[in-house]
Write a protein that binds this ligand. Sequence first.
Ligand SMILES: *Cc1c(COP(=O)(O)O)cnc(C)c1O
Length: 377
Amino acid sequence: MIPFNKPYVSGSELANIRQAVEYGWLAGNGRFTKACEGFLEERYGVARAMLTHSATAALEMMAILLDLKAGDEVIVPSFTFITTANAFALLGAKIVFADSLPGHPNMDTEGVEELITPRTRALVAMHYAGDICDMPALECLCRERGIVLLEDAAMAIESSLEGQKAGSFGDMAVFSFHETKNIISGEGGALLINREKWIERAEIIREKGSNRAAFFRGECDKYSWVDLGSSFLPSELQAAYLFAQLEAMDEIQAMRKAIWTRYHEGFSGLAAKGYPERPVSLPGREINYHSYYLICRSLEERSRLISFLHEHGIQAVFHYQSLDQSPFGVKFGQGAAPLPHAARYSDRLLRLPFYNALSREEQDHVIASVCAFYDEA
Ligand SMILES: *Cc1c(COP(=O)(O)O)cnc(C)c1O
Protein backbone atom coordinates (compact mmCIF):
# COMPACT_ATOMS: atom_id res chain seq x y z
CA MET A 1 0.00 0.00 0.00
CA ILE A 2 1.32 3.45 -0.90
CA PRO A 3 0.30 5.50 2.15
CA PHE A 4 -0.88 9.09 2.02
CA ASN A 5 1.95 10.24 4.28
CA LYS A 6 5.23 8.93 5.71
CA PRO A 7 7.19 10.95 8.24
CA TYR A 8 10.67 11.82 7.01
CA VAL A 9 14.07 11.60 8.69
CA SER A 10 16.61 13.88 7.02
CA GLY A 11 19.70 12.55 8.80
CA SER A 12 20.68 14.24 12.03
CA GLU A 13 17.40 13.97 13.97
CA LEU A 14 18.50 11.05 16.16
CA ALA A 15 21.94 12.52 16.79
CA ASN A 16 20.28 15.77 17.87
CA ILE A 17 17.92 13.93 20.22
CA ARG A 18 20.88 12.07 21.72
CA GLN A 19 22.60 15.42 22.25
CA ALA A 20 19.52 16.84 23.97
CA VAL A 21 19.52 13.85 26.30
CA GLU A 22 23.22 14.31 27.01
CA TYR A 23 22.72 18.01 27.77
CA GLY A 24 20.38 16.84 30.52
CA TRP A 25 17.59 19.29 29.65
CA LEU A 26 14.47 17.64 28.28
CA ALA A 27 11.81 20.20 29.19
CA GLY A 28 11.15 23.16 26.91
CA ASN A 29 13.00 26.37 26.08
CA GLY A 30 16.49 24.85 26.08
CA ARG A 31 19.24 24.99 23.47
CA PHE A 32 17.37 23.31 20.62
CA THR A 33 14.22 25.37 21.17
CA LYS A 34 16.30 28.55 21.01
CA ALA A 35 18.20 27.33 17.95
CA CYS A 36 14.93 26.62 16.10
CA GLU A 37 13.47 29.97 17.09
CA GLY A 38 16.58 31.83 15.97
CA PHE A 39 16.45 30.01 12.64
CA LEU A 40 12.80 30.95 12.07
CA GLU A 41 13.29 34.58 13.08
CA GLU A 42 16.19 35.00 10.72
CA ARG A 43 14.69 33.14 7.77
CA TYR A 44 11.25 34.75 7.93
CA GLY A 45 12.24 38.17 9.28
CA VAL A 46 9.71 38.08 12.12
CA ALA A 47 10.15 39.99 15.38
CA ARG A 48 9.81 36.80 17.46
CA ALA A 49 9.25 33.11 16.73
CA MET A 50 8.16 30.90 19.63
CA LEU A 51 7.98 27.13 19.36
CA THR A 52 4.78 25.51 20.59
CA HIS A 53 3.69 21.89 20.79
CA SER A 54 1.33 22.40 17.82
CA ALA A 55 -0.07 25.02 15.46
CA THR A 56 -3.30 24.61 17.41
CA ALA A 57 -1.49 25.71 20.59
CA ALA A 58 -0.08 28.72 18.73
CA LEU A 59 -3.59 29.66 17.52
CA GLU A 60 -4.83 29.41 21.12
CA MET A 61 -1.99 31.67 22.26
CA MET A 62 -3.13 34.22 19.66
CA ALA A 63 -6.67 34.12 21.05
CA ILE A 64 -5.41 34.69 24.62
CA LEU A 65 -3.12 37.53 23.48
CA LEU A 66 -6.07 39.28 21.85
CA ASP A 67 -8.12 39.06 25.10
CA LEU A 68 -11.03 37.70 23.11
CA LYS A 69 -14.31 37.52 24.97
CA ALA A 70 -17.92 36.52 24.36
CA GLY A 71 -19.46 38.70 21.71
CA ASP A 72 -16.23 39.38 19.83
CA GLU A 73 -16.25 38.14 16.27
CA VAL A 74 -13.46 36.41 14.39
CA ILE A 75 -13.64 35.79 10.65
CA VAL A 76 -12.19 32.46 9.52
CA PRO A 77 -12.45 30.51 6.29
CA SER A 78 -14.99 27.71 6.26
CA PHE A 79 -12.68 25.46 4.27
CA THR A 80 -9.94 25.01 6.88
CA PHE A 81 -8.82 22.81 9.73
CA ILE A 82 -11.06 22.75 12.82
CA THR A 83 -8.65 24.54 15.12
CA THR A 84 -8.42 27.65 12.91
CA ALA A 85 -11.87 28.32 14.35
CA ASN A 86 -11.86 26.32 17.59
CA ALA A 87 -8.93 28.26 19.09
CA PHE A 88 -11.02 31.45 19.07
CA ALA A 89 -14.35 29.80 19.90
CA LEU A 90 -12.72 28.43 23.10
CA LEU A 91 -12.68 31.96 24.53
CA GLY A 92 -16.27 32.58 23.56
CA ALA A 93 -15.71 34.47 20.31
CA LYS A 94 -18.37 34.20 17.64
CA ILE A 95 -16.98 32.57 14.52
CA VAL A 96 -17.98 34.11 11.19
CA PHE A 97 -17.22 31.88 8.21
CA ALA A 98 -15.87 33.17 4.91
CA ASP A 99 -16.37 31.29 1.67
CA SER A 100 -13.61 30.10 -0.66
CA LEU A 101 -12.86 31.70 -4.00
CA PRO A 102 -14.84 30.29 -6.93
CA GLY A 103 -11.67 28.88 -8.49
CA HIS A 104 -9.40 28.22 -5.51
CA PRO A 105 -9.81 26.81 -1.98
CA ASN A 106 -8.41 30.00 -0.38
CA MET A 107 -10.67 32.58 1.28
CA ASP A 108 -12.51 34.98 -1.06
CA THR A 109 -10.97 38.30 -0.12
CA GLU A 110 -13.70 40.41 -1.72
CA GLY A 111 -16.51 38.54 0.01
CA VAL A 112 -14.85 39.02 3.39
CA GLU A 113 -15.55 42.74 3.58
CA GLU A 114 -19.29 42.30 4.03
CA LEU A 115 -18.71 39.96 6.99
CA ILE A 116 -17.07 42.73 9.03
CA THR A 117 -19.15 44.27 11.82
CA PRO A 118 -18.26 46.67 14.66
CA ARG A 119 -17.56 43.56 16.79
CA THR A 120 -15.02 42.00 14.40
CA ARG A 121 -11.72 41.69 16.24
CA ALA A 122 -9.63 39.51 13.99
CA LEU A 123 -9.48 37.90 10.58
CA VAL A 124 -7.61 34.65 10.00
CA ALA A 125 -6.21 33.99 6.54
CA MET A 126 -5.34 30.35 5.84
CA HIS A 127 -3.01 29.58 2.93
CA TYR A 128 -4.34 26.39 1.37
CA ALA A 129 -1.68 23.95 0.18
CA GLY A 130 0.86 26.75 0.45
CA ASP A 131 -0.89 29.17 -1.89
CA ILE A 132 -0.79 32.48 -0.06
CA CYS A 133 -4.06 34.43 0.30
CA ASP A 134 -4.35 37.93 -1.11
CA MET A 135 -2.47 39.39 1.86
CA PRO A 136 -1.95 42.93 0.47
CA ALA A 137 -5.74 43.32 0.07
CA LEU A 138 -6.43 41.82 3.50
CA GLU A 139 -3.79 44.04 5.10
CA CYS A 140 -5.46 47.17 3.65
CA LEU A 141 -8.89 46.02 4.75
CA CYS A 142 -7.77 45.15 8.28
CA ARG A 143 -5.78 48.32 8.75
CA GLU A 144 -8.72 50.45 7.59
CA ARG A 145 -11.18 48.71 9.88
CA GLY A 146 -8.89 48.28 12.92
CA ILE A 147 -8.91 44.49 12.77
CA VAL A 148 -6.03 42.21 13.70
CA LEU A 149 -4.79 40.17 10.73
CA LEU A 150 -3.66 36.62 11.56
CA GLU A 151 -2.16 33.98 9.31
CA ASP A 152 -2.83 30.30 9.68
CA ALA A 153 0.30 29.37 7.73
CA ALA A 154 0.25 25.87 9.28
CA MET A 155 0.93 24.25 5.91
CA ALA A 156 2.61 27.21 4.20
CA ILE A 157 6.17 27.31 5.50
CA GLU A 158 8.46 28.55 2.68
CA SER A 159 5.61 29.77 0.47
CA SER A 160 5.92 33.29 -0.84
CA LEU A 161 3.98 36.04 -2.57
CA GLU A 162 6.00 38.50 -4.68
CA GLY A 163 9.05 37.26 -2.78
CA GLN A 164 7.61 37.79 0.71
CA LYS A 165 7.35 34.65 2.83
CA ALA A 166 4.26 33.24 4.54
CA GLY A 167 4.23 34.12 8.21
CA SER A 168 5.59 37.62 7.69
CA PHE A 169 2.37 39.30 6.49
CA GLY A 170 0.05 39.08 9.47
CA ASP A 171 0.25 40.72 12.88
CA MET A 172 0.83 37.14 14.00
CA ALA A 173 1.10 33.80 12.22
CA VAL A 174 1.40 30.09 12.98
CA PHE A 175 3.32 27.21 11.41
CA SER A 176 2.70 23.53 12.05
CA PHE A 177 5.36 20.84 12.29
CA HIS A 178 2.84 17.99 12.49
CA GLU A 179 4.17 14.89 10.74
CA THR A 180 2.00 15.55 7.67
CA LYS A 181 3.58 18.95 6.98
CA ASN A 182 6.75 19.81 4.99
CA ILE A 183 8.98 20.29 8.04
CA ILE A 184 8.10 18.07 10.98
CA SER A 185 8.72 17.12 14.58
CA GLY A 186 5.84 14.67 15.07
CA GLU A 187 3.64 17.21 16.76
CA GLY A 188 4.89 20.78 16.82
CA GLY A 189 4.24 24.35 15.83
CA ALA A 190 5.38 27.93 16.11
CA LEU A 191 3.83 31.28 16.87
CA LEU A 192 5.35 34.10 14.83
CA ILE A 193 4.84 37.58 16.22
CA ASN A 194 5.35 40.66 14.07
CA ARG A 195 4.32 43.24 16.71
CA GLU A 196 6.75 43.95 19.54
CA LYS A 197 3.91 44.80 21.93
CA TRP A 198 2.82 41.16 22.23
CA ILE A 199 6.17 39.45 22.71
CA GLU A 200 6.59 39.71 26.47
CA ARG A 201 3.04 38.62 27.20
CA ALA A 202 3.33 35.72 24.74
CA GLU A 203 6.24 34.35 26.79
CA ILE A 204 4.08 34.46 29.90
CA ILE A 205 1.13 32.80 28.18
CA ARG A 206 3.37 29.98 26.89
CA GLU A 207 4.79 29.41 30.40
CA LYS A 208 1.48 28.69 32.18
CA GLY A 209 0.76 32.35 32.95
CA SER A 210 4.03 32.75 34.84
CA ASN A 211 7.03 35.02 34.38
CA ARG A 212 9.31 31.97 34.43
CA ALA A 213 11.13 32.90 31.19
CA ALA A 214 12.04 36.36 32.52
CA PHE A 215 13.09 34.81 35.84
CA PHE A 216 15.51 32.44 34.10
CA ARG A 217 17.00 35.41 32.28
CA GLY A 218 17.54 37.05 35.67
CA GLU A 219 15.07 39.83 34.96
CA CYS A 220 13.07 39.29 38.18
CA ASP A 221 13.91 37.70 41.54
CA LYS A 222 11.07 35.19 41.77
CA TYR A 223 8.59 33.65 39.45
CA SER A 224 4.90 33.83 39.99
CA TRP A 225 1.46 33.67 38.43
CA VAL A 226 1.14 36.97 36.56
CA ASP A 227 -1.45 36.45 33.80
CA LEU A 228 -3.57 33.86 32.02
CA GLY A 229 -1.70 31.15 30.20
CA SER A 230 -1.31 27.44 29.71
CA SER A 231 1.33 24.86 28.88
CA PHE A 232 2.29 25.51 25.26
CA LEU A 233 6.01 24.67 25.14
CA PRO A 234 7.31 21.65 23.24
CA SER A 235 10.02 19.55 24.86
CA GLU A 236 13.65 19.72 23.81
CA LEU A 237 13.26 16.27 22.22
CA GLN A 238 10.79 17.70 19.73
CA ALA A 239 12.92 20.77 19.15
CA ALA A 240 15.99 18.57 18.58
CA TYR A 241 14.14 16.65 15.85
CA LEU A 242 12.83 19.88 14.39
CA PHE A 243 16.22 21.56 14.23
CA ALA A 244 17.55 18.77 12.02
CA GLN A 245 14.61 19.27 9.66
CA LEU A 246 15.03 23.05 9.54
CA GLU A 247 18.67 22.62 8.64
CA ALA A 248 17.67 20.22 5.84
CA MET A 249 14.94 22.52 4.59
CA ASP A 250 16.36 23.30 1.15
CA GLU A 251 16.95 19.64 0.42
CA ILE A 252 13.44 18.73 1.64
CA GLN A 253 11.87 21.45 -0.46
CA ALA A 254 13.76 20.29 -3.56
CA MET A 255 12.43 16.74 -3.10
CA ARG A 256 8.89 18.02 -2.71
CA LYS A 257 9.16 20.24 -5.75
CA ALA A 258 10.20 17.24 -7.86
CA ILE A 259 7.24 15.19 -6.58
CA TRP A 260 4.75 18.00 -7.16
CA THR A 261 6.05 18.65 -10.66
CA ARG A 262 5.95 14.97 -11.62
CA TYR A 263 2.28 14.78 -10.59
CA HIS A 264 1.43 18.00 -12.36
CA GLU A 265 3.05 16.90 -15.61
CA GLY A 266 1.68 13.39 -15.23
CA PHE A 267 -1.87 14.76 -15.20
CA SER A 268 -1.49 17.21 -18.08
CA GLY A 269 -3.29 14.80 -20.42
CA LEU A 270 -6.28 14.53 -18.09
CA ALA A 271 -6.31 18.26 -17.54
CA ALA A 272 -6.56 18.77 -21.31
CA LYS A 273 -9.90 16.89 -21.14
CA GLY A 274 -11.08 19.36 -18.52
CA TYR A 275 -11.32 16.96 -15.58
CA PRO A 276 -10.28 16.28 -12.96
CA GLU A 277 -8.94 19.78 -12.39
CA ARG A 278 -5.32 20.20 -11.35
CA PRO A 279 -4.36 22.76 -8.69
CA VAL A 280 -4.31 26.31 -10.02
CA SER A 281 -1.74 28.57 -8.44
CA LEU A 282 -2.73 32.17 -7.86
CA PRO A 283 -0.59 34.84 -9.59
CA GLY A 284 2.65 36.01 -7.98
CA ARG A 285 2.83 32.97 -5.70
CA GLU A 286 5.68 30.57 -5.16
CA ILE A 287 4.05 27.54 -3.53
CA ASN A 288 5.88 25.34 -1.02
CA TYR A 289 4.86 22.02 -2.61
CA HIS A 290 2.93 21.00 0.47
CA SER A 291 0.48 18.64 -1.23
CA TYR A 292 -0.92 17.58 -4.56
CA TYR A 293 -4.65 17.56 -5.06
CA LEU A 294 -7.22 17.06 -7.81
CA ILE A 295 -10.75 18.43 -8.02
CA CYS A 296 -13.25 15.78 -9.10
CA ARG A 297 -16.55 16.55 -10.80
CA SER A 298 -18.72 15.36 -7.92
CA LEU A 299 -18.66 13.84 -4.46
CA GLU A 300 -19.79 10.58 -6.01
CA GLU A 301 -16.92 10.58 -8.52
CA ARG A 302 -14.43 11.31 -5.74
CA SER A 303 -15.74 8.41 -3.64
CA ARG A 304 -15.41 6.05 -6.58
CA LEU A 305 -11.89 7.29 -7.30
CA ILE A 306 -10.85 6.79 -3.66
CA SER A 307 -12.14 3.19 -3.76
CA PHE A 308 -10.54 2.54 -7.13
CA LEU A 309 -7.16 3.80 -5.90
CA HIS A 310 -7.52 1.78 -2.72
CA GLU A 311 -8.02 -1.35 -4.83
CA HIS A 312 -4.77 -0.43 -6.60
CA GLY A 313 -2.86 -0.14 -3.33
CA ILE A 314 -3.00 3.65 -3.04
CA GLN A 315 -4.26 5.67 -0.13
CA ALA A 316 -5.83 8.92 -1.36
CA VAL A 317 -7.75 11.14 1.01
CA PHE A 318 -10.25 13.97 0.94
CA HIS A 319 -9.63 17.07 3.01
CA TYR A 320 -11.55 19.59 5.12
CA GLN A 321 -15.27 19.35 5.58
CA SER A 322 -16.70 22.90 5.51
CA LEU A 323 -16.85 24.20 9.05
CA ASP A 324 -20.01 26.25 8.43
CA GLN A 325 -21.87 22.94 7.94
CA SER A 326 -20.15 21.05 10.77
CA PRO A 327 -22.24 19.95 13.77
CA PHE A 328 -20.58 22.60 15.98
CA GLY A 329 -20.13 25.23 13.23
CA VAL A 330 -23.87 25.50 12.52
CA LYS A 331 -24.22 26.93 16.01
CA PHE A 332 -22.72 30.18 14.68
CA GLY A 333 -25.44 30.02 12.03
CA GLN A 334 -25.05 32.36 9.11
CA GLY A 335 -28.09 30.68 7.60
CA ALA A 336 -28.95 27.20 6.53
CA ALA A 337 -27.43 27.39 3.06
CA PRO A 338 -23.88 26.05 2.79
CA LEU A 339 -21.17 28.42 1.60
CA PRO A 340 -21.12 27.15 -1.99
CA HIS A 341 -17.44 27.29 -2.89
CA ALA A 342 -16.23 25.85 0.40
CA ALA A 343 -18.80 23.06 -0.07
CA ARG A 344 -17.42 22.36 -3.54
CA TYR A 345 -13.91 21.77 -2.17
CA SER A 346 -15.23 19.73 0.75
CA ASP A 347 -17.01 17.41 -1.65
CA ARG A 348 -14.61 17.20 -4.56
CA LEU A 349 -11.02 17.79 -3.51
CA LEU A 350 -8.82 14.70 -3.36
CA ARG A 351 -5.24 14.56 -2.08
CA LEU A 352 -2.76 12.04 -3.43
CA PRO A 353 0.12 10.36 -1.55
CA PHE A 354 2.79 13.00 -0.97
CA TYR A 355 5.89 12.45 1.14
CA ASN A 356 9.59 13.06 0.65
CA ALA A 357 10.47 9.38 0.29
CA LEU A 358 7.81 8.70 -2.37
CA SER A 359 9.69 6.89 -5.14
CA ARG A 360 9.30 7.58 -8.85
CA GLU A 361 7.90 4.08 -9.38
CA GLU A 362 5.32 4.57 -6.66
CA GLN A 363 4.41 7.95 -8.04
CA ASP A 364 4.10 6.61 -11.58
CA HIS A 365 1.76 3.92 -10.25
CA VAL A 366 -0.43 6.62 -8.67
CA ILE A 367 -0.47 8.66 -11.87
CA ALA A 368 -1.23 5.63 -14.06
CA SER A 369 -4.01 4.50 -11.72
CA VAL A 370 -5.73 7.90 -11.70
CA CYS A 371 -5.47 8.03 -15.51
CA ALA A 372 -6.87 4.49 -15.79
CA PHE A 373 -9.85 5.49 -13.67
CA TYR A 374 -10.67 8.37 -15.98
CA ASP A 375 -10.03 6.32 -19.11
CA GLU A 376 -12.57 3.74 -17.93
CA ALA A 377 -15.06 6.40 -16.90
C1 LIG B 1 -2.21 21.14 10.18
C2 LIG B 1 -3.04 22.36 10.31
C3 LIG B 1 -3.41 22.87 11.56
C4 LIG B 1 -3.12 22.16 12.85
O1 LIG B 1 -1.79 21.95 13.08
P1 LIG B 1 -1.34 21.17 14.41
O2 LIG B 1 0.11 21.43 14.49
O3 LIG B 1 -1.67 19.73 14.16
O4 LIG B 1 -2.12 21.73 15.54
C5 LIG B 1 -4.12 24.06 11.61
N1 LIG B 1 -4.45 24.71 10.49
C6 LIG B 1 -4.12 24.25 9.26
C7 LIG B 1 -4.49 25.05 8.06
C8 LIG B 1 -3.42 23.06 9.13
O5 LIG B 1 -3.11 22.61 7.92
